[in-house]
Design a protein around this ligand. Sequence first.
Ligand SMILES: [Zn+2]
Length: 306
Amino acid sequence: MGKKVLVLYYHRVYEPKYDLHLLSVMPRAFEQQMRYLRKNYNILRFEEDWTDSDRDSVVITFDDGYLDNFTYALPILEELHVPATVFVSTGTLSGDRELWWDELETLLLTDGDYPETFRLEDDIYNCEWRTDTYEFRLNCYRALHYLMKDRVSSAKRNDWFDQMWIWRGKTRYVDPGHATLIDTTCQELAKSDYITIGAHTISHPSLAKLTFEEQRREIRTSVDYLENLLGRKMDIFSYPFGAERADFDENTIAACKDAGIRKAASTNPGIWQKGMDEYKIPRNCMRNWGLFEFEAIIDELFGKEK
Ligand SMILES: [Zn+2]
């Protein structure tokens, strides 16, 4: 009887001003969650071979590569001797951009004066939104988030961002609350014995919406970049957004194999068991839960009776 492996994924360990997508776990809650796992489960590394594990185990991962993984999560992981894997999008390592949903938030939902409307110039998605109240801007945010995730290439997304910075009357800046890892902090993070870095594309697209060639480029370039930056082989990956069919498909898996990836994480929820496809590792999204809720959720995911 094979043992179960439960793979968890986090994004941020941070207390943000806004958390539209519920991506943040507060440092105190994260520490409690890690203490609980350390005490009650065997903890494996994502890149390890799990087939010979003789105990129920958990695997900790992070997506996107936020700076708080280094500033807040790392000290907790090191103190508790918990290993984790951080899947990094390389497009923000230069430090002059935010992850695209954060940039959209910075443009539309921060304090300050806004024009009455925003008109998007585009040959297909030409549209105008009212932007004079927070609610109207949230509407606009949601519409653009959907289009940027599911309908347009990263080149077009960048063109829209250029239009929006002009509309906003500001030069592009990075909100410190949205800071990502940059080259140097990524290297520092990678030096820890408890951290493994994996790839997560350049620009965080929903890969299944791209052509095969575009998918290959997003994957290959991010792998090459990280190999160069960290001086080691990059052979693990997580699919941005991560839902099978919607965000990755057979072409994506083929492009990963081409780039030398041997194990890839999805966001399909569930438990890993021996014999499962190494390119469809199931993972479970972790939120800012207090200890009692967290325990109940982990037990339920393992299928334990109360
Ligand atoms: Zn991601």
